[in-house]
Design a protein around this ligand. Structure first.
Ligand SMILES: Cc1ncc(COP(=O)(O)O)c(C=O)c1O
Length: 395
């Protein structure tokens, strides 16, 4: 009875782990939860006050599908400040912005508007687990490039060249990455752009949702800042979920060329319409804040990353990748797997025996790895990581 498009979609493994953690907590068991895919910081005060004000002003009507003009303008400005290479040619305007229910809907809209049945979408593994499911739902085929920790979990231009076929429609890049925390350098992005110049029909979706969370200040580069010549076939996705600490308020967006934007708006207009008017008020207030207001969060993530690394380095059984951004540690646990076991089994053992919840890498396309989130308080993080080390090193 379920359509073939939806029948084969996988349940999110993060949600499954959380259900298990909640059950254990309900049974009165102590669990150190290192699974969070969202900041533990509150949203900015200015954003909270803007919501209250919007409620008082009865801002309860439908908004334009693509978002209120002030918000679209602020998003265009923010993106132009990150893509200064476009300044001399064609910087973004408010009309190029579509405000979406989180970055997720921006990615969904772009994949649905670009990918036809049978067309191929290329991305690297480990990947954010929704990419293959969205591609599947759109009738497309995922072409996954394996990346290695030793290569910084980044796609090499030669790998990209080899993955391209006449059916390739879209390349998805995600920097900083969930789950690995890897960040592409400007030169690496340029080198990928050089490959794409030879293939004018291929589009790029640059998922930049973790943009402000980088551990070497200035190391992160927006894809179009490195490749301004690809503006006419690149969709930049971002939002306020991660770097703005407001996941539940569902504010994301895309910036796309004129050839695509009407299709994105039409798709959204017939599905969810414009996002919640109160969230848009919060987003306007947040985007008016100077970026220095978010510096404290960036430094706190950096401290927590270092704390987790310091503890986890004590185990010789695992291979650690030092993330350059986002708030995850992606750990290769291949040496700890039993016969016929993948990281799902290991994650379950860790939860039952060490009482630490982490996310298995299986659904991220990395069956030997686990993801540890450091978007939690340092006390939980230290104790959780110490327990992991004890678990790893127990023969
Ligand atoms: C890489 C990546 N892209 C996009 C999203 C979607 O973010 P949002 O919560 O804004 O929909 C997430 C959320 O986990 C993510 O990790």
């Amino acid at each position: 009875m379920i359509s073939s498009r939806v029948r084969n979609l996988k349940e999110s493994s993060t949600l499954k782990v959380n259900a298990l953690v909640n059950r254990m907590k309900a049974e009165g068991k102590e669990v150190f939860n290192l699974t969070a895919g969202e900041p533990d910081f509150p949203p900015p005060e200015a954003a909270k006050n803007a919501v209250l004000e919007a409620v008082a002003k009865n801002q309860s009507k439908y908004t334009p599908t693509a978002g209120v003009p002030e918000l679209r303008e602020l998003i265009a400005n923010k993106t132009n400040s990150q893509q200064t290479a476009l300044a001399g040619t064609r910087p973004w305007k408010a009309a190029d912005v579509v405000v979406t229910n989180g970055g997720k809907q921006a990615i969904f809209n772009a994949i649905f508007a670009l990918v036809d049945s049978g067309e191929e979408v290329v991305f690297g593994a480990p990947f954010w687990l929704s990419y293959p499911e969205m591609v599947k739902a759109a009738g497309g085929t995922s072409v996954v490039i394996e990346t290695r920790a030793e290569a910084g979990y980044r796609i090499h231009p030669e790998q990209l060249e080899r993955a391209i076929t006449p059916k390739t429609k879209l390349l998805i890049l995600n920097s900083p990455s969930n789950p690995t925390g890897s960040v592409y350098s400007r030169d690496e992005l340029k080198a990928l752009g050089e490959v794409l110049k030879k293939h004018p029909k291929i589009w790029v979706l640059s998922d930049e949702i973790y943009d402000r969370i980088e551990f070497v200040k200035g190391a992160w580069t927006s894809f179009l800042d490195a490749n301004p010549g690809l503006r006419d076939r690149t969709v930049t996705v971002n939002g306020l979920s991660k770097s703005g600490a407001m996941t539940g308020w569902r504010v994301g967006w895309s910036l796309a060329p004129e050839s695509l934007t009407p299709a994105l708006i039409s798709l959204q207009g017939h599905s969810t319409s414009g996002i919640c008017s109160l969230s848009q008020a919060a987003a306007v207030a947040s985007l008016k804040l100077p970026s220095s207001d978010f510096e404290g969060q960036r430094l706190e993530y950096l401290n927590r990353r270092n704390l987790a690394l310091e503890v986890l380095k004590k185990s010789a059984k695992i291979k650690l990748y030092e993330p350059e951004g986002a708030f995850y540690l992606f750990v290769d646990c291949g040496a700890l797997l039993k016969d016929d076991e993948d990281a799902n089994g290991l994650a379950e053992r860790i939860l039952q025996e060490a009482k630490v919840a982490i996310v298995s890498g299986v659904d991220f396309g990395a069956p030997n790895c686990i993801r540890i989130s450091f978007a939690c308080d340092p006390v939980t993080l230290r104790e959780g990581c110490s327990r992991l080390v004890r678990f790893f090193d127990t023969p």
